[in-house]
Design a protein around this ligand. Sequence first.
Ligand SMILES: [Zn+2]
Length: 392
Amino acid sequence: MLTDNCTCRGCGAHSTDMFFQADCVPTSVGRLETSAAEAHSARCGELNLVACHACGLIQNHSYDPEIVGFEPGYQVSLFHSPTFRSFVQGVCDRLIKRYDLQDKKILEIGCGAAEVLRLLCQQGGNHGVGIDPAVPMEVKERFDAGSVHLISDFYSKKYEHHVGDFVCCLSVFEAISSPVHFLRSLRQSIGERDIPVYFEVFNGYRAIAESEVWSVHYEQCNYFSLDSLRNTFALAGFEVTHSGTCYEGDQYLYVEARPSESGEQTLKLNIPAEFSETVRRFGNEFQTRVDWWQGKLDQCRRDQKRVVSWGSGGKGISFLSSLSNADVVQQVVDTNPARQNHYIPRCGQPIVDPLDLKQTKPDVVILTNALYQQEISACLAEMQIECEIVVA
Ligand SMILES: [Zn+2]
């Protein structure tokens, strides 16, 4: 326990412990620089992870959304991955069926490039409004017409007239620093109407409990467990109708909810007995992994091996920026064309297309997200690249 007595922004309790600190982490995994020099001077911030023993919510209490840079150019879409596209298709099919989303008005909060909203509108004949400060300009020009309307802004009360028949919010609620306050505002906008909502977030507690150390990054402000997520909705006056884990087993959490007739409530929570020990173990494991990888990269340097890593998202950036000898890694591969020809914040590695590895001929490829191991191994085999593949 490093310090305590922070107020939990979920339940408001004072029973919190700070269990992990990092002083200088890049403040944005979604905004990338176009030169190595700019990348080296990318903005950094602090991580102060605080665990609430009353509701189980874990938060970065140093998080300031103002410095992340949620604006056009910020993008963390995973839609270039066939695995992810297939998952989202399944979610949309399920929501259209369960909520009879045909010729309805749908609001997506934090729509990004509006891939989900467009699917819901195309397949259900629905009308959608997507609100996100980071809607890419080219997406706005191409799709802001007909059944989809895109607004480049943060969602707030001033857009409450867009709350229609269904509200969804995917992979965004993690970055909202006052989650209960945000949901209460949405609940007020819904008023007396019976409007279902669907929220999906990264399963942050699983990542911490499994010491998935590179999953911790700056704008990942909330690390929900299913219990703390459900409780957040109950505290804001919603009744959770369905909830669970999804995406490759349990990578994400989802909640489907409707306005509650009984108003705001606190759920009876099941905080695991080993909660304190679990969060404390994370810090020790983090240091163990950093030490191991610094040893591995030192050895690669001595052996003059060509090393690349694969994945420029949150995990890839956390991995590189945690290591003092990350310069051994020459390039970072990403299949997302929008991230190629940019540079990793702080460390400055160029982000390249997988095909560039034919020239690089790496001896070692580090996978920073084990989920895509099969896709990546197949890609390397197809290019006839023989190398050591190591999961970070
Ligand atoms: Zn709490």
